[in-house]
Design a protein around this ligand. Structure first.
Ligand code: AMP
Length: 460
């Protein structure tokens, strides 16, 4: 199958060809014809499957075929609205819209928090066909009366599960009340919890259902490895691996914001160019770091899970888990950044004795043991005793958690680590405080943690 046979207009096929894509991915092969027909769609697909083009291409086709809608002053009105959970994903999706739509007379803009409203208002006044937005800022504009969504014909929720995880359900409901009832709606989600199903029921009308094979940790294109190492020597080991292996584009994950900063500073001292991105960084700093990393001028990007969500970097060769995530599904999501669209990738996890339970949880989820490889000179010290892991000031996990350091008091939201869901009660782990660990990733306001009592997320 090729793109010509999917029924897309020639200018779109030409733009796709220029991107170098020859064959539609499975999600594209299924979603494009379904969306072209005009019906609603519920698609199970995650980042890395080509889902963005899966909804963008048929959306562009339909908008171009129908022609613009104009207000009384002749300005183009918004006909397609794409909601994403994070600023980075919004920016990337809008970039895709521009790339794939470059030969069409359609305009688009991206809208998210953390930056001034006025430039967005100016752009809205000129009129756009397609708006890509995070929910918070979208609602801010609506409240200010600077946004008219009355002519929306196509509504797309991207990474709906992440949106719910990030506490956006109320905002989504508010947006649904603003957009016209009669429209084509598409919902993309990597997982289908009861909450997502409830949302789909509310939003979608007799949707086509598409589910592409989950990109799971057993993907052949990702070589996974665990390197056991002493707690105090992780930084040194990372610098060694980068220098010895001549790794020039490495995405490194830490659990916490301050850990990301400290690690980036250490690597810089070692002569390795590195920057950290997380929720406390200004949008300008995040955009700059990402742009330099993508361009290949920045060697190492250190990120927390939330900040990294939705980052799309083609054929990223190396992902390092400097610390294992406390949510096993995040491991799958993290390593999905490498070996994308058929490219080979390597995912290395530096694991100290404190993280052995995290490793067991991950291996249980991905249903396989990750090969271990000790790096000579960095062997874990014999007899090193596990210590509890502090995830923000109010959340402690692991050995002796009940009386571990940092177990009481403190300000919620002081870290970036994610509360776990579906915690087995037999493990000595402290309960996640409500509202813990979510930075204002969409630049609006602190969000609460995911609602309790939900089933754990599965496979991503
Ligand atoms: P997505 O899942 O939308 O984040 O896309 C993942 C990556 O796959 C992006 O880097 C796209 O540029 C790339 N991609 C999308 N469609 C194709 C295709 N048909 N062939 C090859 N790569 C693609």
């Amino acid at each position: 199958m090729n793109f010509d046979s999917l029924g897309l207009a020639e200018p779109i096929v030409r733009a796709v060809r220029e991107q170098g894509y020859t064959q539609p991915t499975p999600i594209q092969a299924q979603a494009i014809p379904a969306v072209l027909l005009g019906g609603d769609l519920m698609a199970g697909a995650q980042t890395g499957t080509g889902k963005t083009a899966g909804f963008t291409l048929p959306m562009l086709h339909r908008l171009a075929a129908a022609g613009p809608k104009r207000d009384a002053r002749g300005r183009v009105m918004i006909r397609a609205l794409i909601l994403t959970p994070t600023r980075e994903l919004a920016a990337q999706v809008e970039e895709s819209v521009r790339n794939y739509g470059k030969y069409l007379p359609l305009t688009s803009m991206v809208m998210f928090g953390g930056v001034g409203m006025q430039p967005q208002i100016d752009k809205l006044r000129k009129g756009v066909d397609i708006l890509v937005a995070t929910p918070g800022r979208l609602l801010d504009h609506h409240q200010h009366g600077t946004l008219d969504l009355s002519q929306v014909e196509i509504f797309i929720l991207d990474e709906a599960d992440r949106m719910l995880d990030m506490g956006f359900i109320h905002d989504i409901k508010k947006v649904l009340a603003i957009v016209p009832a009669k429209k084509q709606s598409l919902l993309f989600s990597a997982t289908f919890s009861d909450d997502i199903k409830a949302l789909a029921e509310r939003l979608l009308n007799h949707p086509s259902l598409i589910e592409v094979a989950r990109r799971n940790a057993t993907a052949d294109t990702i070589a996974q490895k665990v390197i056991p190492v002493g707690r105090e020597r992780k930084k040194e080991l990372l610098a060694y691996l980068i220098q010895e292996g001549r790794w020039n584009q490495v995405l490194v994950f830490t659990r916490m914001k301050h850990g990301a900063n400290r690690l980036a500073e250490f690597l810089e001292k070692e002569g390795i160019s590195a920057m950290a991105i997380h929720g406390n960084k200004s949008q300008g700093a995040r955009t700059k770091a990402l742009a330099e990393f993508k361009a290949g001028t920045l060697q190492v990007l250190v990120a927390t899970d939330i900040a990294a969500r939705g980052i799309d970097i083609d054929q990223l060769p190396h992902v390092v888990n400097f610390e294992l995530p406390n949510v096993p599904e995040d491991y799958v999501h993290r390593i999905g950044r490498t070996g994308r669209a058929g490219a080979q990738g390597e995912a290395v996890s530096l694991v100290c004795v404190d993280e052995e339970q995290f490793l067991r949880d991950i291996e249980k989820l991905i249903k396989r043991a990750i090969p271990k490889e000790v790096v000579p000179g960095f062997e874990p010290p014999a007899g090193e005793k596990p210590e509890p892991i502090v995830l923000g000031r109010r959340m402690t996990i692991g050995v002796g958690a009940a009386k571990g350091r940092g177990g009481q008091g403190g300000r919620p939201g002081s870290g970036d680590a994610r509360p776990r869901q579906g915690q087995p009660s037999s493990q000595p782990r402290a309960a996640a405080p409500r509202g813990a660990g979510r930075g204002p990733e969409t630049g609006r306001r602190e969000r609460g943690a995911a609602p309790s009592g939900r089933p754990p997320r599965t496979g991503r």
